[in-house]
Design a binder for this molecule. Structure first.
Ligand SMILES: Cc1cc2nc3c(=O)[nH]c(=O)nc-3n(C[C@H](O)[C@H](O)[C@H](O)COP(=O)(O)OP(=O)(O)OC[C@H]3O[C@@H](n4cnc5c(N)ncnc54)[C@H](O)[C@@H]3O)c2cc1C
Length: 413
């Protein structure tokens, strides 16, 4: 039986581990942290097959001037970061072409449909249904103008046969009566789910992996070396030998792979969350994206989580609470928030590849080395599907979806 090691126990590593153990491999996961406790901890919990529009699309170029020069809540950037990573930024912007956006939407739709189906199976298998809200994803628009702008994305959804329902003010209010603001329109994604506690989902999936015979070393992997036809994995004090290695180190992937001579075009779209109690009892809600405000919020009984938009910055740069504090002010006009439940905002770094697609597949320069990282804004949604296609590739099987645009060799790494 092939011995496979997965470096990184975020939701991507966990789903990959679950898939491979179910296919009969001997699987070990290595991570110094509790599984699911890093980027995968603090997300908005959206599990969807409709996040098709990549950030670097032609619309981005149109709004570039205002994004750079006007203060807005959905986007912040560090000038130092932009200058020091100018080649990544230019590369990212170069992908903002209609053709690339359309290809990306098509392959992301296939990956997300597969992923949502796989998540639904895992949710049933691990009896995680009480951690799920359905429908789970609603976008709301304050003005006719912002809804009009969104028709661009609706066309992409239509082209890729993604299902949604447009709601009017009364229908939004009926769906979630606690909203104090009368939104002009909403777009509800009925097939999508919301995970109430992303860390709890990671924990239950991971328990299932261990129950199925998986191994876990709660240690940092310092290095990996291909020696005499096998991979030697260097831990803090000892080393272990494996047949195949899969890198699922999310935002750390660029640093980790530089040791092996790879130049990964990865940067960090950082994002924050805060949690609040509420002044009165409020109902459970889907994840609600206030498109004009540039934030996502969701309610579990009397508890609200709000996540911010994008901050382009170094992964290790100090936290800058301004952006999340600004959107909290906006949320206070929409929901009766009471006390902060998070002392300081949680901060995570979405791992983003220059073309806004994850890197999934065989490493170009090494034998028996595989990549699965770079899932940016949608890693919870795409994790389970990426595990399936990677397992197919390892078994040399034909994948059920087109994976060419995800393969590492699309870049010279
Ligand atoms: C504010 C915010 C909101 C989001 N909302 C959503 C959403 O609603 N829906 C959605 O689909 N996605 C969402 N995302 C994106 C999603 O959270 C990420 O894409 C996803 O969590 C990435 O998972 P990962 O497993 O690749 O990375 P991580 O969860 O960061 O896991 C990587 C793991 O690698 C480990 N590691 C690193 N280096 C080493 C090493 N040397 N040795 C061993 N282990 C190592 C780390 O400890 C970590 O545990 C959001 C992200 C943010 C920041």
């Amino acid at each position: 039986m092939k011995k496979i090691v997965i470096i990184g126990a975020g939701i991507v590593g966990i789903c990959t581990a679950v898939e491979l153990i179910n296919r009969g491999f001997s699987v070990t996961v290595i991570d110094p942290h509790e599984p699911g406790s890093q980027t995968s901890y603090g997300n908005a919990g959206v599990l969807t097959d409709t996040s098709l529009m990549i950030i670097n699309n032609p619309q981005l170029l149109k709004s570039l001037f205002s994004l750079i020069f006007k203060k807005n809540t959905s986007f912040r950037y560090s000038k130092l970061f932009v200058f020091s990573r100018l080649s990544w930024v230019i590369n990212f912007l170069m992908f903002s072409k209609r053709k690339h956006m359309e290809i990306a939407a098509k392959v992301l739709r296939e990956l997300q449909v597969l992923s949502l189906k796989t998540h639904k199976k895992l949710i049933n298998k691990t009896k995680s249904n009480n951690n799920i809200v359905s429908p789970g994803w609603l976008k709301v628009f304050k003005t006719p103008l912002s809804f009009e702008k969104y028709t661009y994305e609706l066309n992409i959804l239509d082209k890729n046969k993604a299902e949604y329902t447009v709601l009017n003010t009364a229908e939004i209010k009926k769906l979630f009566p606690d909203l104090q603001f009368k939104y002009y329109k909403g777009v509800l994604f009925k097939n999508s789910l919301r995970v109430k506690s992303p860390i709890e989902l990671s924990r239950t999936y991971f328990k299932n992996f261990i129950k199925s015979g998986g191994n876990f070393y709660k240690e940092i992997c310092k290095d990996i070396k291909f020696i005499n036809g096998n991979w030697t994995v260097f831990l803090d004090k000892n080393k272990k030998i494996f047949d195949e290695v899969i890198i699922c180190t999310g935002p750390w992937s660029k640093d980790f792979l530089s040791n092996l001579g790879y130049k990964i075009p990865l940067a960090w779209e950082r994002g924050y969350h805060h949690q609040f109690s509420t002044k009165k009892d409020i109902d459970i809600s889907p994840a609600i994206h206030d498109v004009d405000g540039g934030f996502v919020f969701s309610c579990n009984k009397n508890k609200v989580r709000i996540t911010s938009g994008v901050e382009l910055n170094f992964r290790k740069a100090a936290s800058n609470d301004e952006q999340i504090n600004d959107v909290v002010k906006k949320l206070k006009t929409i929901l009766p928030l009471k006390n902060k439940l998070t002392k300081t905002p949680w901060l995570g770094s979405r791992p983003t590849i220059a073309d806004s697609l994850p890197i999934i597949g065989k490493a170009p320069k090494h034998k028996n080395l595989w990549f699965n990282f770079g899932h940016n804004h949608i890693g919870l949604s795409t994790s389970a599907g990426s595990g399936v296609v990677l397992a197919d590739m390892i078994q040399n099987k034909k994948t059920s979806i087109n994976i060419d645009p995800f393969l590492p060799n699309r870049f010279i790494l």
